[in-house]
Design a protein around this ligand. Structure first.
Ligand code: NDP
Length: 253
């Protein structure tokens, strides 16, 4: 028995580095998990990894969280299998590297949709389900680029900045429904996404090490611990907050 026993949790991008770590943290606390990604094989593998941890049943679902119909299909399936939804982690996202003048509109739109619109759409679908359960918790995943700008990631930074304001807006709108909405702003975390970034940006590894007061890169489990707290009853009076999980990166000059 953990503090989330009996709760149903959905993690978008639950097949990736940070998403799977957050799913594992919630499952360790007793939650029943639905993992969502576009890549069915990757999502099934993540489901297997959760199963091996000896935690409650997990559901692997395939869907594109930028597509309204796909979001409706996935949430309907969760309700069909598990009877409702209590916890949502909007973690799906992607990045690319170009100067602002090099982004075609289609690529700008795709990055805004992947990192911001997806969180809006899935939260909108989750809202009536959480109201039906008497409340719920939503955790949106931002980034250090929710705070800082980046010459090489204008759409990603604009979208992740938007995640902070979306979080505050949903928190205000839904506080009366007993739905708490918060964000986590991860620092540099070692995942597939940052392995690619390290290949593209010479000196990134050393830059992060020297700028991070904690003296190391983040681990997906660091984000998992914060997600577990924000989904727990211990955070019932916490809403509208964006919590950096960054080893002090955003507080250092
Ligand atoms: P990954 O690339 O491993 O994870 C991203 C996940 O999002 C994948 O599982 C991908 O699954 C899923 N995804 C992307 N687009 C969609 C979509 N339209 N619908 C459904 N799923 C989608 O990277 P991370 O684990 O590193 O990143 C997770 C989150 O954390 C992202 O939002 C990222 O921006 C954020 N973040 C990461 C940091 C880091 O240092 N790693 C730092 C700050 C923030 P699939 O391919 O199957 O669709």
């Amino acid at each position: 028995m953990g503090e989330l026993t009996g709760k149903v949790a959905m993690v978008t991008g639950g097949n990736g580095g940070i998403g799977l770590a957050m799913a594992t943290a919630l499952a360790d606390a007793g939650a029943t998990l639905a993992l969502v990604g576009r890549d069915a094989a990757k999502t099934a593998a993540a489901q297997g990894a959760l199963g091996r941890a000896g935690v409650p049943a997990a559901l692997a679902l395939t869907g594109d969280m930028t597509d309204e119909d796909s979001v409706a299909e996935v949430t309907t399936e969760i309700v069909r299998q598990f009877g409702g939804l209590d916890l949502l982690i909007n973690n799906a996202g992607s990045n690319d590297r170009k100067l602002p003048q090099e982004y075609p509109l289609a690529e700008w739109n795709a990055l805004i949709q992947s990192n911001l619109t997806s969180a809006f759409l899935v939260s909108q679908a989750a809202y009536p389900l959480m109201v039906a359960r008497g409340g719920g918790k939503i955790v949106n995943i931002g980034s250090m680029l929710s705070i800082f700008g980046s010459a090489m990631a204008a759409p990603y930074a604009a979208a992740k900045g938007g995640v902070v304001q979306l979080t505050k807006s949903l928190a205000q709108a839904w506080a009366g429904d007993n739905i708490q909405v918060n964000a986590i702003l991860p620092g540099w975390i070692e995942t597939e996404l940052t392995v690619t970034a390290k290949q593209q940006i010479p000196g990134l590894h050393d830059h992060v090490m020297s700028r991070t007061p904690a003296g190391r890169w983040g681990r997906p489990q660091d984000v998992g611990g914060a997600a577990r707290f924000l989904c727990s009853p211990a955070a019932d009076f916490v809403t509208g907050v964006s919590l950096p999980v960054d080893g002090g990166f955003s507080s250092a000059i």
